[in-house]
Write a protein that binds this ligand. Structure first.
Ligand code: GLA
Length: 362
């Protein structure tokens, strides 16, 4: 049984149950992972995080991520709710790239751009689940065949979700049969006040980067690594989200808010292999969230393209700023910028990435 919102205590566990059947006829399972303070639900379609319940300052559990009512609604979704995105998270300009002298054409899904791995990316694929109840974790894996969405190489990919105390730890691994690009992340929409409670503008954010990547009109990095100092992108101290969104800054206008990568380099202190990328504080619920990662960058996205057409599981329409995403990744459009960290994976090498979503108190 999945605990209801009225239950005040969770217990360490991992279990699986049928969730629904896709239009293709394939069955999808839901996995429930629990610690004493956190309950996380994941479905095998898109390796999507469909629910996270965490305690508020009074110890009451509440839903803190946007989600949809059923599998049919997830099949319609084009906002990547909770999804694992890949093979290449964020944008590849002009739907093509050249690797080792060979040009690869990718299907496009945002004008001339390939976004989040293309129209049928990892977010719309069925993953297999291996449960580890003693560790409150699940390993989801899938094979992305050579040529899937235009990418070369047969890629064996896995994502492991583990609930450890107040942490949701997410680990990615991939191996390829031929040189390819890999950049995997998770696209959960967080609202620490509560899913469906309206805007996150009263919440505060810190993003730890000293530089960020300005974008062009198609929201693709220009290649510049720009200092955040004296710009609205200076989020090195906790900043009310709503205080920045309506500024006249050209970069904010291009993205209709925040939708940029911050650079996580040596200027951000490291601890045990990860750096803190961002922190969100919600004074209303008393919840906080920190995201730690071993990646070179993090995207802070203020839910700018939620337009009210998606109805959440709570029955309310999700609108601009009703949630935010913190997406650790390597830099968008990396294959077109030699000075960006490489996103190339070669046979014999293992792609590994590790992120921690840490819940706490304001
Ligand atoms: C990422 C992108 C945004 C948007 C969302 C999905 O965060 O950077 O521009 O495409 O995904 O809607």
């Amino acid at each position: 049984m999945i605990p209801t919102m009225a239950d005040h205590t969770f217990a360490p566990d991992a279990r699986s149950e049928p969730y629904g059947v896709l239009t293709s006829g394939d069955a999808v399972d839901r996995i429930v992972l629990e610690s004493s303070t956190l309950l996380v639900e994941v479905i095998t379609w898109g390796a999507r995080v469909t629910s996270i319940r965490s305690h508020d300052r009074d110890g009451r559990p509440g839903e803190v991520v946007l989600g949809l009512g059923d599998l049919a609604a997830y099949e319609q979704d084009r906002n990547y709710l909770g999804a694992c995105v890949g093979r290449f998270a964020n944008r590849i300009a002009a739907g093509s790239f050249t690797l080792d002298g060979t040009r690869h054409e990718l299907p496009t899904n945002e004008g001339p751009t390939t976004l989040h791995g293309g129209p049928e990316g990892f977010d719309r694929r069925l993953w297999r689940a291996e449960l580890n109840p003693t560790a409150s974790s699940v390993r989801l894996h899938r094979v992305s065949e050579d040529g899937e969405m235009g990418f070369p190489g047969r890629l064996e990919a896995s994502v492991t979700y583990a609930v450890e105390g107040n942490d949701l730890a997410v680990s990615y691994e991939a191996r390829t049969s031929a040189p390819t690009l890999v950049n995997l992340t998770n696209h959960t929409y967080f609202n620490l006040t509560g899913s469906g409670s309206g805007t996150v503008e009263h919440q505060s954010i810190m993003v730890d980067g000293v530089r960020y990547l300005p974008i062009d009109k198609l929201r693709i990095p220009t290649g510049e690594l720009r200092a955040v100092a004296d710009t609205p992108f200076d989020l090195r101290t906790s900043t009310l989200i709503g205080s920045r969104l309506r500024g006249a800054d050209e970069q904010l206008r291009r993205a209709c808010g925040f939708d940029h990568t911050w650079v996580l380099d040596d200027s951000v202190p490291e601890s045990a292999g990860t750096r803190r990328a961002a922190r969100v504080d919600d004074p209303r619920s008393g919840r906080s969230l920190e995201v730690w990662t071993d990646r070179p960058g993090v995207q802070f996205y203020s839910g700018n393209f939620l337009d009210g057409t998606v109805r959440g599981r709570d029955g309310v329409s999700y609108r601009q700023t009703d949630a935010l995403c913190i997406e650790p990744h390597t830099f968008p459009d990396a294959p077109h910028h030699d000075h960006f960290p490489s996103a190339v994976l070669r046979p014999g090498d293992v792609y590994r990435a590790h992120d921690i979503y840490r819940f706490g108190r304001v």
